[in-house]
Design a protein around this ligand. Structure first.
Ligand SMILES: [Zn+2]
Length: 205
């Protein structure tokens, strides 16, 4: 009711099709399809290809700070979390914050999405972002080999008392960040149960 009133008084435009009154209209809802991603030493799953509507919604959320787009993305993440048995997972681990992106956005997308997805899925475990142990450059213009080197040994898990965790990130390109999450957990003696990534981008060279 309140939501309908807000849409009426302050109509937005759909990030995908440009129609009013919502930032994501009923016609353009995301259609998650959970698939396994090969190449990791633990099961890894994604639900979206980073193209079309999914790419626009994720860019709208991360780069234009359209926070109304957090809920539909978190609902996809909740589906990913719930499709495996989470019974013995102590926490969801997300990447260390990139300070330049954080200053620009004012929030940490992976952390916020994981928290909201856990609330939607009613899974009472914490979200633990890794700590930065070394600075890294923006990855966007880097090749696959450069990305791996750029992110390697940049993150640390500082929380003690965990035995098994779930890894989460919003977008995966080469998998370098996910490998660093896993390395940091293993270095801290914590096992990776499995990994969920909201969307996968077609690989860079
Ligand atoms: Zn639309």
């Amino acid at each position: 009711m309140l939501e309908a009133l807000i849409d009426f008084v302050f109509p937005a435009r759909c990030i995908v099709c440009d129609h009013r009154p919502k930032q994501l209209c009923g016609e353009c809802q995301l259609e998650p399809r959970i698939t396994a991603v090969p190449g990791f030493s633990f099961p890894t799953f994604t639900a979206l290809e980073l193209e079309g509507a999914a790419e626009k919604v994720i860019a709208g959320y991360k780069d234009q700070q359209l926070t109304a787009l957090e809920k539909p993305l978190a609902m996809v993440a909740a589906k990913l979390f719930l499709h495996r048995d989470l019974g013995r997972v102590d926490a969801v681990v997300t990447p260390a914050r990139n300070s330049r992106n954080y200053r620009k956005r004012g929030f940490d997308p992976a952390q916020n999405l994981a928290k909201r997805a856990l609330r939607i899925a009613e899974i009472p475990i914490p979200v633990l972002p890794l700590a930065n142990s070394r600075s890294r450059h923006d990855q966007r213009s880097l090749s696959k080999a450069q990305r791996a080197e750029n992110v390697h040994e940049t993150m640390t898990l500082k929380v003690i008392g965990l035995s098994k965790v779930l890894l989460f990130d919003d977008v995966m390109t080469t998998g370098a960040t996910i490998r660093e999450l896993a390395r940091a957990c293993e270095q801290a003696g914590v096992a990776v149960a499995f990994c969920c990534v909201l969307a996968q981008r077609n690989s860079v060279n």
